[in-house]
Design a protein around this ligand. Structure first.
Ligand code: VG1
Ligand code: CO
Length: 543
């Protein structure tokens, strides 16, 4: 077979510090955009010779074509073996699991997560390392460097590989194993949870609606919930992955999963509603008439994890990203275990998990997971909830209310301002950063600032230091506002404002969250001079 070495020039694109690349699909489709990023990544891991990799994606438009290119480039770079999901399908957590189980050198995951898919929407490629987790900062720095210095890429000249059939084939000297995307993930879930108890729950008439949002979790949820656990057919809706996710945003939150929210708030609501995102690593949990914020979900899962077989021995520690509410910290304190606060993004949890310092991690953006893989895992969170519901024999609403009674409630909401002009977003952040030191003890709207700083993180495992991870302002009385710019958007800048207000253990826990957060919101908007700088205070998305 001929291996071609094709001259190329650096691509613009990868943001320094991100584990992957997210762009408009048509940008990826223009040779050699994808090729450059794949070659740069292979170069950054020390070349492909003899390596073993996992490849799969969330099924969005261009998924299969991109996988064919990656396979040919892997062969062109001397890779020894690639494990691919049948039809090119692998959820992010399932890919993480395959990397770990097969002890490969890492893997490519094709997804732009919760961003819409289609020829006019978004595509993405991420690289996960040998521990199954997103490329750590040291590697992302090398990847970025390689995208700026690349001069050529290598690709085998060959026909397309049949990804439809499970089994082994070869491309030149490279072995390709097409595997069932669900099988080993399902086996892992069966080891973690009490499937018998959950099966009895469903057999006893417990009802559920799982909205796969036409994304990758459909086949996983159908096999596990309706297959192994005996939930009635129709429990999983929108269960077939579509290239354009049915033209929706596969983002499991009350805005984009509105049909599910409406169902759960209505008279015919089942006992549990759940949804997952494009690549299957996020989750939304909603009980009958009771939406559970991701920050609360993390805390409640941590407080009850011992009810599931895998966590019966207790947790080593809990980690949350900085903008996530402090609810999980209160649980860690009660359990007498360590609580870690990391920058946004799953890659920061990897070292803590690898070192055995934490068992459960989570983010406010609907990501929760544990040491079973090195990614957040949507279906895992749903199964842990089911295991807890089966053991406690209470409703979601009851479990949440009792949690607040014991720990107090962390009212929480995130405001997203999308497609802000980059210079305006930078001006707002820079201006606020410059004023942080002088904010303490000053009053804004009805609140007094207790302290303000820019978050940075010293990794306790490898000593790496990450700066510029968000501006945080604490208020007297238990309120907090955090400002940060998104690293995953593909158009202009997305400004995120995270709002939080703790009720205390004797405060009211039944307020409307937006009402409870109004003082913090007003103070945050005033402090940042938002309306003058970006011309609005109304966000595009409130979650
Ligand atoms: C967002 C979320 C963050 C999450 C990241 C990737 O990042 O806020 O918590 O880890 O998406 O999630 P940002 O930089 O846009 O705020 V996913 O489901 O793309 O893997
Ligand atoms: Co995702």
């Amino acid at each position: 077979m001929t291996i071609k070495t094709i001259p190329t020039t650096p691509i613009d694109g990868q943001k320094p510090g991100t584990s992957g690349l997210r762009k408009k699909t048509q940008v990826f489709m223009q040779t050699p955009y994808l090729e450059n990023f794949i070659q740069a990544t292979i170069d950054a891991i020390g070349g492909g010779a003899g390596k073993r990799l996992v490849v799969g994606g969330d099924g969005r438009y261009f998924n299969r074509a991109a996988i064919q290119t990656i396979l040919k480039m892997a062969a062109g770079n001397g890779v020894a073996e690639v494990i691919v999901g049948q039809g090119g399908i692998l959820s992010t957590p399932a890919a993480s699991n395959l990397i770990r189980e097969n002890k490969t050198d890492g893997g490519f995951i094709l997804s732009a997560s919760h961003n819409p898919g289609g020829i006019d929407e978004d595509f993405g490629v991420k690289f996960n390392a040998a521990n199954g987790g997103p490329a750590p900062e040291k590697l992302t720095a090398r990847m970025y460097e390689a995208t700026t210095t690349i001069t050529e890429y290598r690709i085998a000249e060959a026909g397309d590989i049949d990804l439809g059939r499970i089994g082994e084939t070869t491309l030149d000297d490279m072995r390709i194993r097409v595997v069932d995307p669900v099988e080993s993930y399902q086996a892992l879930m069966q080891r973690l949870f009490d499937f018998d108890a959950i099966r009895s729950l469903f057999a006893g008439g417990f009802t559920m609606c799982f909205d796969a949002m036409h994304a990758v979790t459909g086949p996983y949820a159908t096999a596990i919930l309706e297959g192994a656990l005996g939930a009635p057919t129709g429990t999983v809706v929108n269960g077939t992955p579509l290239e354009d996710f049915g033209k929706g945003h596969p983002d499991p939150n009350p805005i984009w999963a509105k049909p599910l929210m409406d169902l759960m708030m209505g008279a015919d609501a089942p006992d549990l509603g759940a949804a997952s995102d494009g690549d299957g690593d996020r989750n939304m949990i909603v009980g009958r008439g009771a939406y559970v914020t991701p920050s609360d979900s993390l805390a409640i899962l941590a407080a009850n994890a011992h009810l599931a077989p895998a966590y019966a021995g207790g947790l080593a520690g809990i980690a949350r990203s900085m903008p996530t509410s402090a609810a999980a910290d209160r649980v860690a304190a009660k359990l007498g275990i360590a609580a870690y606060e990391t920058p946004t993004g799953w890659k920061f949890f990897g070292n803590l998990l690898d070192a055995g310092k934490v068992t459960i991690c989570g983010e406010e953006s609907a990501g929760t997971g544990s040491d079973h893989v090195r990614e957040k895992d949507g279906l895992w969170a749903v199964l842990l909830w089911l295991n807890i519901l089966a053991a406690r024999k209470q409703s979601v609403a009851e479990i949440v209310t009792r949690h607040w009674q014991e720990f107090g409630r962390d009212y929480y909401s995130r405001y997203d301002y999308e497609d802000v002009a980059t210079d305006q977003a930078t001006r707002l952040m820079d201006g606020l950063r410059d004023r942080l030191d002088g904010l303490a003890a000053r009053r804004f709207a009805d609140l007094t600032v207790a302290g303000a700083d820019e978050f940075s993180y010293l990794d306790p495992v490898d000593g790496s230091f990450s700066e510029g991870q968000g501006l945080r302002i604490a208020f007297e009385g238990g309120g907090r506002a955090v400002f940060r710019l998104s690293g995953t958007g593909t158009q202009g800048a997305t400004l995120r404002l995270y709002l939080e207000q703790y009720s205390g253990t004797d405060g009211r826990t039944d307020l409307d969250p937006q009402e409870a957060l109004a003082p913090v919101r007003e103070a945050a908007q005033e402090i940042s001079d938002m309306s003058a700088i970006i011309g609005r205070t109304e966000p595009d998305v409130v979650t």
